[in-house]
Design a protein around this ligand. Structure first.
Ligand code: ACO
Ligand code: KIV
Ligand code: MG
Length: 549
């Protein structure tokens, strides 16, 4: 196959050798503007209806957005009616500003203002494309013609707004296709619009510079933004805004670098919905700040609710690996990660900075539980199974048991080829350590009797296969006595090598869990048992070990 790569000339880069943005750091959040109900909506096969738009609008308000682009009112009756509904039904909190978009066309601008009648405060967003390809192919206009289009529309907006002083108007201009436009022309058209609107530091206009189609790497976009930042008229009367799209998959990086370059405001959509590959993802952007200790001013404390509501409204799924919000993003399947996470949780200082390996943020901050952090499959090691048994079943497996049990889990998952859920893990644990075998403890004497040597004498009722037995022996404790009795009965050497016991965690406080490592003629066998009585748990753990010979 012949390569077609020659069809794609590289995008020009802007010469900005004294760029300042690489030396800066993000220290505060931008002004967020959600375009979910406009740019996100216009990208859907089935645009949202009024009911769905209202549901999403309420979510955006609850999350803390103060600027929301709610519609393209001249595009459809649904959008027009939605703006009317928000205004007439008092849906807009005092600290939230509605934004609507319009093309630079007289009749559309009229309709846009009709929709906004009675709004307390509103941003009127005017756009027209400015890049050479659009000028030539779409409009058949030269630079002057395109500039006239913008200026005429800006004048009409200014005049129309002045007839409605009851609304606090904010004007926004977007040179659509900015990042493909010659910087000098982008500067000239923005400045021409600003000259008409005459913003002041008290009453600013918004200049929004979109990467309508993302064409270059984020550093190039940042250079373009810094250049405009330096060349706009009355910079202190302008809110410089960016609107990255994600065609190259770099929209988040582009928005971050653009802020370093002077942008004060970011437009985007939740989870990166939007035309083609989407608008910049505001969730990732905001949570990136959060993970650096900067409060984004948006509430993600129940990120699953946000994700599910958005998904439901736009009828698109959020990828399971979507940053911060995907189903799998706080989950480790691989053994060494699980081991590190388990140790990290144990070492985490409650009041100290977050420092759990492989988890950039605490899942609980976004309403996720720790339960799904570790999931077990054939890529998992001992730490994973041990974690799940601890989290889901209240068992704290000592190291030797972790090592042994993980081999059973490994064999099972290798064989099944699928994830081992906590229920299956529990079944495997029961089969390995708790199931019936040749030996069974039927009972033990409740009181200790004095033995010949002055040591306590203990009696045990034991089942050996089909045979019920009564055994007794002295020992320096019940376990010792049991091992002595069994040694004698089996004519072999039994020794307790290791013993652990703990109360089963929360919710199962009545149960004791015992682990016994038994030497049987020099061979180590591991046993475990769970019982409401801690002595019974310990004794039964010996039988568990013996049954595994
Ligand atoms: C990058 C972005 O996201 S920009 C926003 C894009 N969003 C949308 O388009 C969604 C809503 N739009 C619509 O529903 C329709 O475009 C409408 C209802 C607004 C207008 O529909 P129509 O009048 O039938 O125009 P249509 O969209 O087919 O064609 C666009 C016409 O407007 C012109 N036009 C497009 N954008 C602009 C603009 N921003 N300013 C001025 N003229 C424009 C085109 O050049 C074309 O003109 P022509 O008919 O003389 O060739
Ligand atoms: C209208 C503008 C801001 C837009 O959506 C874009 O250029 O992507
Ligand atoms: Mg867009």
């Amino acid at each position: 196959m012949q390569s077609a790569v020659h069809k794609y000339p590289p995008q020009p880069v802007l010469a900005l050798p004294d760029r300042q943005w690489p030396n800066r750091q993000l220290t505060h959040p931008p002004i967020w503007c959600s375009s979910d109900l406009r740019d996100g909506n216009q990208a859907l096969a089935n645009p949202m209806n009024g009911h769905t738009k209202l549901r999403l609008f309420r979510l955006l308000v609850a999350m803390g957005f103060k600027e929301i682009e709610v519609a393209f009112p001249s595009a459809s009756q649904t959008d027009f009616d939605f703006v009317r509904q928000l205004i007439t039904e008092g849906e807009v909190p005092d600290d939230v500003t509605l934004m609507v978009i319009t093309q630079a066309r007289g009749e559309l601008i009229e309709r846009t203002f009709d929709a906004l009648q009675g709004a307390r405060r509103a941003i009127v967003h005017l756009y027209n494309p400015t890049a050479p390809l659009w000028r030539k192919v779409v409009y058949g206009k030269d630079k002057g013609g395109i500039l006239d289009l913008a200026v005429t529309a800006a004048q009409q907006i200014h005049q129309r707004a002045s007839r409605h002083p009851e609304t606090e108007w904010v004007f926004q201009y977007s040179p659509e296709t900015f990042s493909a436009t010659e910087p000098e022309f982008a500067r000239d058209i923005c400045n021409a619009v600003l000259d008409i609107w005459q913003p002041t530091p008290q009453h600013k206009a918004i200049i929004n510079l979109p990467a309508t189609v993302e064409l270059s790497s984020p550093n190039v976009y940042a250079d373009q933004i810094e250049w405009m930042h330096r060349h706009l008229h009355g910079r202190d009367s302008v809110v410089l805004s960016v609107h990255p799209h994600n065609d190259r998959g770099c929209a988040v990086a582009a928005a971050e670098l653009a802020q370093l370059a002077g942008a004060e405001r970011v437009e985007g959509c939740l989870f990166g919905n939007g035309e083609r590959t989407g608008n910049v993802d505001l969730v990732t952007l905001a949570m990136n700040l959060y993970s650096q200790g900067i409060d984004p001013g948006l509430d993600f404390s129940d990120i699953d609710h946000i994700r599910d509501t958005v998904s439901d409204c736009i009828q698109l799924l959020v990828h399971p690996r979507h940053p911060y919000a995907g189903e799998l993003v706080y989950t480790a399947f691989s053994g060494s990660h699980q081991d590190a996470i388990k140790k990290g949780f144990a070492a985490q200082d409650r009041e100290g900075p977050w420092a759990v390996p492989y988890l950039p943020i605490d899942p609980q901050d976004v309403g996720r539980s720790y339960e799904a952090v570790i999931r077990v499959n054939s890529q998992s090691g001992k730490g994973g199974s041990a974690w799940l048994l601890q989290e889901c079943h209240g068992l704290q497996l000592p190291r030797a048991w972790q090592v042994e049990f993980s081999q059973t889990v490994q064999q099972h998952s290798d064989h099944s080829g699928v994830e081992v859920d906590s229920h299956t893990l529990w079944q495997l644990f029961q089969q390995q350590y708790l199931s019936a075998g040749r030996f069974q403890l039927l009972g033990s004497s409740p009181a200790l009797l004095a033995g010949a040597a002055g040591e306590p004498l203990l009696q045990f009722q034991v089942q050996d296969g089909e045979q019920p037995l009564s055994l007794s022996a002295e020992g320096n404790g019940p376990l010792d006595a049991l091992v002595n009795a069994l040694s004698r009965h089996l004519d072999c050497t039994l020794d307790i090598l290791d013993f652990h016991e703990h109360a089963r965690s929360e919710g199962r406080a009545a149960d004791a869990v015992a682990f016994v490592a038994l030497s049987v003629d020099g061979q180590q066998r591991l046993g475990a048992s769970i019982h409401s009585d801690s002595l019974q748990a310990a004794l039964r753990a010996v039988f568990s070990a013996l049954n595994r010979c």
